[in-house]
Structures are given as C-alpha cells and as structure tokens.
Design a protein around this ligand. Sequence first.
Ligand code: ATP
Ligand code: MG
Length: 565
Amino acid sequence: MSDKNATPAAESAGLDFIRTRILADRAAGKFDGRLHTRFPPEPNGYLHLGHAKSIFLNFGVAREYGGKCNLRFDDTNPLKEDTEYVDSIREDVRWLGGDWEGREFYSSDYFDQLYAYAEQLIMAGKAYVDSSTAEEIRARRGTLTEPGVDSPYRNRSVEENLDLFRRMKAGEFPDGAHVLRAKIDMASPNLVMRDPTLYRIRHAEHHRTGNKWCIYPMYDFTHCISDSIEHITHSLCTLEFENNRELYDWVLEALGAYRPQQIEFARLSVTHTVLSKRKLIQLVREGHVRGWDDPRMPTLCGLRRRGVPAEALRAFCARIGLARADSTVDYSMLDFCVREHLNAHAPRVMAVLNPVKVVITNYPEGQVEWFDMPYDPEDASRGSRAVPFSRELYIERDDFRMDPPRKFFRLSPGAEVRLRYAYFITCQEAVLDADGNVTELRCTYDPASRGGNSPDGRRVRGTLHWVSAAHALPAEVRLYDHLFLADDPNDVPEGSSFTDFINPDSLRVITGYLEPSLAEAPEGQSVQFERIGYFCRDRDSRPGRPVYNRTVTLKDTWAKLEKKG
Ligand code: ATP
Ligand code: MG
C-alpha cells in the first residue's frame, strides 16, 4: 500500500481518524512500520467507563494491526497512589480483554533515568532551580491575555542550578523550598510552555520506591519521557492534553530522545454520571455509595458487579466511535448495548417482584407438577430446567386489574390468560381487604391446556410469568436507577456540589420471589427475569438468601415515559 492511497482507502473502509492515521504512518514507513501503544493510568483511583474507551482503543489497535500495547502505571504522585489501585486496574484491564503480555511498567521505575535527564537539561541551560514560593510562581505566570514575568532565579548559572538540584535530591531542603523548572518562554501564548515545573520536593514515601526519593518528577515531564523510553509509536490521549503536546515535543527534542506521535481524541462523557476519579473518590469517602464497586458507580468494577458484560462495553465504545470534539453520550445508549448482549446470552427464568397470590381452586391440593422450561425459547440447545407448579402461585400485582382499560390483555375478573409453559387460567374472583386492596385471586385452570397450549384453538392474548408460592425462593433484589437525576451533574450552579444532585431513589431494595432453580446459581451470573429485566447474582448472596442486582430493565421505560410526558 502506498502512502498516497492509505488515507482515503482507510477512511472509505469506515475507519476512525486514529486508525486511518496509524495505517498511513505504517504505509509511509514511519517508526519502521512498528505499532506500539500503551494504556497509562495513574494509580490514584479505580478505572471508570471513560477508561474503557482508552483501553479498547489502545489494546484494540495493537491487536488489530499486529502491534503491542503496554500497561504503564504513571505513578509520580506519592501522596495519592496506592497498590490497592494498581491491583484493581490490572483486574479491570484484563476483564476488558486487554493483554499487555507481561509488559507492565511503572513510571517510578524510570526515576533514575528521569533524574539523569533533568541534570542533562540543567547542563544544557534548559532548566533552572526556582526558589520562589508557589504563590510567587503562580502570580508571575500571567494569563491567557497577558504574558508571564521571568522569575528572579531564572538566570542562575548552570553550576548553581546543578548544586541546588543535587542538594534537593539529597534531602537538604523542606517541601516547597525549591522547584526545578524548564527554561522555555514566559511569554508563550501556550501557558503550558511558561517554564513548567519539572521536579518538586516531597518528603513522602512512595508505594514502590519507598523512601529512596524526596524529589518527584511532575506528570508532564514523566509522561513524555516514559513514552519515549518504551519506544511508544502512537501516544493516544484525550483532548485536554493537546496543549501539552508542545511541551512533550520540547522536552524530548531538548534531550535528543526518541519521540512518539501524540494523537488526541475526545474524552468520553455520559449523562447522569460523573467520570472523574476525584469525584468518584468523594462519592466513596462521603458514603454516598456503598463502595467503589457499588453497582451505581460508573467504575468498571461497579459496572461488572451490576452485571454489565465486558462485551457490552466493547460494543458501546465501538458504537460511540472516536471523535476530535468532546460530546456527551446518553446513558440509554449504554443500556441499549447491555440489553442487546444480554438478550442473546442471558438464560430466561421466572421471578415475581411485586406478588399477588393466585389460588387455583380446581387444582388438587398437595399436587405438584414440574414443567420443563427452556432457558432460551429460540434455542433448545441452551438447555432447560424443571419449574414446579402448584395450587398456590404468585403473579405480578401489575398483571391484574379490577377494572381493566381497553387493550389490557392480562388478568381481570372473568378474563382468561396463559401462565407461561403451564396452563390457561380464568379469574373467578378477586378477594379484597377492608381498604379495597387485592389480597388473593381465585382462579380456575383448564387441565386440557397443559404446557400452556390451547386445547381447542381458542386464543388468549396474555401470557404471564409466575412462581409457585410454596417453592418460591425469596431474594433480596436491588433495583438501581441513575445515580444523578441531572443530565449533567458536572455542571451545577455556583455554590452547590455535584453531590447535591444525587438521586435519592437510586437504590430501592425489595424482596422478590424466584423460581427455585436459582437456588444454586453462580455468583456473577446474568439472567433475564422474564418480562421484567436483566439481573445479576450478587456476591452478597448467602445460602437460602440470594441477592440480585438489576442490571437494566427489559425496555427503555425512561425514554418511553419521556415521550408520553
Ligand atoms: P480522571 O479525570 O478520572 O482522573 P485521568 O485522565 O486523570 O482521569 P488517568 O489514569 O490519567 O486518568 O487516565 C489513563 C488514561 O485513560 C489516559 O490516557 C486518559 O486519557 C484516559 N482517560 C481517562 N478518562 C477518560 C475518558 N473519560 N474518556 C476517554 N479516555 C479517558
Ligand atoms: Mg490524570
């Protein structure tokens, strides 16, 4: 493939701009035809939905085009990082299918090299030690419309800079006494280029290097050099790093080091949630949720616990694609992808979440019949299970109306419906309590309709799910809704916090009645409760007391309600 043809061909093949660019670089022989990406999380929190986009992109292009992708922990801040986060990140990346083939790196492994590079910059007259306070540095930085002002320490000699920097490293100074800055241009229109800080003093223990260092390199300095050391070819990052690219290029050029190609893409934002580690930490610390893996959290572990399959996240990220401009994706698109996957993969079972009792008056007392029911009505090869039927059953309270509206094909006095895979029943009487609430439905069944088949060609319009009351397995069912009511909880009025907009009904816990086949279901298994939604067995389940999380409803009730209202 020639360079000239690469781009149009790729674009007409429906490839996004990053893949198009990678193929063009390869066709042009850039980087000797190599492709090497990396996923570079900072281990200062759990990964979230936004990271999934970056993981699928970086590991995805590497796999598609025979390249490599590293997992690199960008761990330059000893105060915020922790091995707990490192472990969770590994697990989450693996869950999404990311394979770093043993290439697990840490920026902290490069501290010696980074330090040597810093000295190299000093010796080249391209970095200096500034002894100003943080406030002074900020005050001299200027604004978007005004240039900054040179620090009085900017013209220190190389010898003095080197001496001070070495003494910083030796621990002679307290935190904040000095910083090392790049000597670039205090008048640059790009604020990032106004003599950015490269190193600061922090007398703090690092989760990997212990107490070896009391000076730590800044993120920007570390990030570009780490990419360079690993010979990354395409350094894919989100748009907010566009301005930093100039600095990265300056640093690597000044050092004469290998230089990757940075390409920026839009960050993922999703309605009704927040995708910032800082905010997610706050939700956990202030107890707004039950932990990092609370199924309402947009963290990967939260989504996993809720029952969202990794394949659905992959489909979601593929569907939203890659863009060069930021935008917000509606949460319902994620729900759509989750439903699409689970519809094809989750076994169907029966559960009644809001029960009303049905007594089949002409069914022999004490009799139990076991009906064989397929897990997938369209694919018998996926197996079946036996479900007990008896004289007393539960059906969904919503499936009965005393005064049915037109086109209500479910149960009402005198009406006949099918109980799924069992029998036709007719409601003879509704027993009410003193307040007029239905306490019991007295019905008769047609023994000739066994299996739920019409004995004589007569039609019933409604088919209801049910469970045998005596055999029902009570379960704790956790019904989730959006964590935030506002479309964009990141955009809140002055003086309020995003936590003020938490949905007070984001979790509702009820007791549901499950068919007994679910007694021994494995933790993490997703099932469809017929006619209700997709649910996932939670790890809080105990013998005899399963716990199920609602992953998503069967239909998009929100969108429907919105249309009606
Ligand atoms: P946060 O804002 O949540 O703290 P971050 O960008 O600081 O996120 P990092 O750990 O530095 O988090 O991110 C690792 C990688 O994931 C980076 O390459 C970053 O660009 C990418 N990433 C983070 N958030 C998103 C997002 N919302 N959409 C796409 N990519 C993201
Ligand atoms: Mg970050």
